[in-house]
Ligand binder design. Sequence first.
Ligand SMILES: [Zn+2]
Length: 446
Amino acid sequence: MLIINGKLITWDQPNQVLEGQALVIRDGLVAELGPQAELVARHPDIERLDARGQYVMPGNICAHTHFYGAYARGLAIPGPAPKDFPEILEKLWWPLDRALRMEDVRASAEVMLVDAIKHGTTTLIDHHASPNAIERSLDTIAEAVDLSGLRAVLCYEVTDRNGRDGARAGIDENVRFIRSQMANGRSRIAATFGLHASLTLTEETLEACREAVPQAVGFHIHVAEHEVDQYDSLEKTGLRVVDRLHRHGILGPHTIVAHAIHVDARESELLAESGTWVTHQPRSNMNNGVGVAQVESLMRLGVPVCLGTDGFSHTMWEEWKTAYLLHKVWNRDPRRMNGIDVVAMGVYNNAALAGQFFPGGPLGVITPGAHADLIFVDYHPHTPLTAGNVPWHIIFGFHESMVTATIVAGKVLMRNREFLTLDEEAITTRARQQAPGVWERYNAQF
Ligand SMILES: [Zn+2]
């Protein structure tokens, strides 16, 4: 395939904005990047995709999400509104995940995948929970991802909040899926080992997870999203959360820690020393009223901080904008969270993290040899857009509704806003038909 008439935003380091250049896509990769006239002359018979003057850029990457949260939209929480994050878990997320059957797991994933394609998010790192439908839940999600054409990293959250058997089933699901993924090697799907959070994990279960995880596979866990995670860890072990995870061998360059809001200086150092990835989800943190992660400080320490949605709509530029604004108001200093910092998280760190799971070429950049995960953006600025000022055009001018085409591994998933792999209407209809049942099973727990 030859992509012509696009203005390329490459997300190279340094970034480049290229006009008059075309891309040859072959075997899922960017095979050639060069002057359009030359490439058109050299490849007269190759299929062409005309970007018609739109921006062509790498697809967005979401470093932490929960497909299973789809049925929370519009759901009424019975009784008084939850007053803090522990109550949000107890009144919203835990009864909701217990209400999911396997068909709801599938429907949740499908609506989230539609959302991702529509909004130009091409790689998603998911963290799944469905305590009453654990076994093969990751296969169910993987099948939906496979059909969608997107790229995803999957795991099941191990927790002791559903008893010993629930914890064991979670461990088994992770191990089974990781091994099957290693064996069959679907190229757009990868696996990691999920853990809920220190506050719902016993010492025995953490140890069992450490023993069960296959070599060179890391973990994906929520850390210090609220102070309660620290209180619980100190009470159980006398250690703060990050110290506790470090002692269990959970940290490291393959492990993803979501949030890290209430970590102290030594915990931040431990994250840096161990090369652990941290993900920042400012919309979720604001919604839950849990505080602001000191991600600029973490990055100054050398912690690779990424950006995720935590199950909010897969609109990564919304997350960029929220991060950009939140840290300014929190610090009462408009110089904080520079556009460059947002790009460090949302582009370069996200690409480096996701790239670990998908070898065979760099991810999140337009360069020969890179994975061909691309989006077209119908944006026509009234001021100059340059390689240097792209972050502020995105923060103040881009909207995900401007995404008109989504391509993953060289396959077009959406063209002119028309879905080519998924049937949006059928998926939405099916999900909506199942919603009353999910909400009924949710409400039955109160
Ligand atoms: Zn989360």
